[in-house]
Design a protein around this ligand. Sequence first.
Ligand code: 5GP
Ligand code: ZN
Length: 114
Amino acid sequence: MSDCLFCKIIAGEIPSTKIYEDEFVYAFKDINPLAPVHILVVPKNHISSAAEINSENSSAVAHIFEAAAKIAKEQGIAEDGYRIVTNIGENGCQSVKHLHFHIMGGRKLEVTMG
Ligand code: 5GP
Ligand code: ZN
């Protein structure tokens, strides 16, 4: 999608700090980290949110979680634990309309579900 921020980041049109990349997945540092480790993992194909996952594109989610497990180990947060979050739509406070999973760790996170 030409006007999508994360599509532009994936294409290298907007700079980012790359953490991981393969055929299906791109991962980069969040510009406004909320934890010592805060990485965004996105599918290379544009999917607007987790609400748009269907039988045609759901393999993207499996790839993302495989990548996230690798990334967490490489970042040294796997043993102590971390959080993976995806926000959806207005009430979920999704600000970028390209599916992304936040990986956050490196400190004890607050116990909150909203
Ligand atoms: P959301 O609020 O949609 O769940 O998460 C969007 C995330 O993207 C936010 O945590 C925000 O800090 C991050 N973000 C927004 N613009 C940029 C950018 O240009 N570069 C990077 N690396 N992260 C961004
Ligand atoms: Zn996009």
